[in-house]
Design a protein around this ligand. Structure first.
Ligand code: GLA
Length: 362
């Protein structure tokens, strides 16, 4: 790994980090003003920063071994730099002056697994710049700026879940977030449980996927139902009068919001929580139609394991990782058995959580 010192020939002045996230319930609800329930994963992105010694910004990503230089006027860049430039541009847009900077990125968050590597990068960059420049912006504002960078500079029309999770969640809690009001609570996982996250090995590209189509369908459904957003429908019967496929899409969103609310009412146990995760997967597969054969197979294997309470795809879908709730202490062994069985069909699944301590270090 090439350090900041090695790349830029001097020491960094600040460093900051931000985690990836895994969503437990509340999928494709954030852009419908709904409820989400993500948690941070141990993998994180570390950003070191200092002032540049010339008039250019300099960015280096050690995972990609990619070095990029751009002028402070540059609006469009490619790859990882588009997220970094996006963060700088958004800060400038909000009135902050950003001197030319040198930024070094290292990350253990897998790219393309639906675990928000881009949000982790954006939040870590914004945190590092906040410290370097002494900016007075709080963690919610950081999440909002990160989302703006993603939408305007990475051109992904996402909701706010990933950036809020990366900015405000931790690995010991689930972040229950109302994406309309941004009211939130940190809650413990159901008693006696831990998480398993396995990458299906099937890559997904959010921007190129059906994400934007689904978003448009949800907006069309809300318009026909004469509500501001699908969050405003709580009675599932209302969606049945919509034409196909809007009825199915809306049914997913309305039922998914209800599942999140059921999960956080304070009374449910691991078995009940697991059943909500299973129902969420079925709804994403059958009504929202964002699953794939490989994801369904991995989820089936997870759900059939004796120590698993429930499992589902996580993130936007179309590939990436799946998450399961397992008995506390049984996660590592169960994950190994699940991966083995899944890979027997020629797949290349990878265990991401539980994580061996050494892989979470920078
Ligand atoms: C992606 C987006 C999020 C959210 C999820 C689906 O991760 O970035 O805003 O919409 O998909 O729940």
């Amino acid at each position: 790994m090439a350090s900041f010192q090695k790349i830029f020939g001097r020491k960094s002045l600040v460093h900051a980090c931000a985690p990836g996230r895994v969503n437990l319930l509340g999928e494709h609800t954030d852009y419908n003003d709904g409820y989400v329930l993500p948690t941070a994963i141990p993998q994180r992105t570390v950003v070191e920063a200092g002032y540049s010694v010339d008039d250019y910004h300099h960015f280096y990503a050690d995972k990609l071994d990619a070095y990029l230089t751009c002028t402070t006027e540059a609006e469009e860049t490619a790859g990882f730099a588009s997220y970094v430039v996006g963060c700088i541009k958004v800060l400038e847009h909000h009135g902050h002056r950003i001197a030319p900077v040198s930024i070094h990125v290292s990350s253990t968050v897998p790219i393309g697994s639906g675990l928000s590597s881009s949000a982790a990068l954006e939040v870590a960059v914004l945190r590092a710049l906040r410290e370097l420049l002494g900016l007075e912006i709080d963690d919610v504002r950081i999440a909002q700026y990160a989302q703006q960078a993603e939408i305007e500079y990475a051109h992904v029309n996402c909701g706010i879940m990933d950036q809020m999770a990366s900015s405000l969640a931790d690995t010991a809690h689930m972040l229950f977030l109302d994406t309309r009001t941004l009211e939130r609570r940190l809650l413990p996982l159901p008693e006696g449980t831990e998480l398993i996250v396995i990458d299906s090995g099937v890559p997904r590209t959010l921007a190129g996927s059906a994400y934007n189509d689904r978003r448009a369908e949800c907006e069309a459904a809300a318009e026909l139902l004469e509500v501001k957003a699908l969050r405003d429908v709580s009675n599932i019967a209302q969606v049945e009068r919509l034409p196909a496929p809007l009825a199915q899409r809306a049914r997913h969103v309305v039922s998914e919001n209800n599942r999140v609310l059921e999960a956080v009412d304070g009374t449910i146990d691991a078995v009940h929580f697991g059943a909500l995760m299973n129902a969420s997967h079925a709804s994403l597969r059958d009504d929202f139609m964002v699953s794939t054969e490989a994801l369904d197979m991995l989820v089936d294997i997870m759900q059939s394991h004796k120590d698993v309470f429930g499992a589902r795809l996580t993130g936007a879908g179309f590939g990436g990782a799946c998450v399961a709730l397992s008995k506390a202490g049984a996660g590592l062994k169960a994950a190994a058995a699940i991966r083995k069985s899944y890979n027997r069909s020629g797949q290349s699944g990878d265990i991401l959580v539980p994580v061996k301590a050494s892989t979470t270090k920078k």
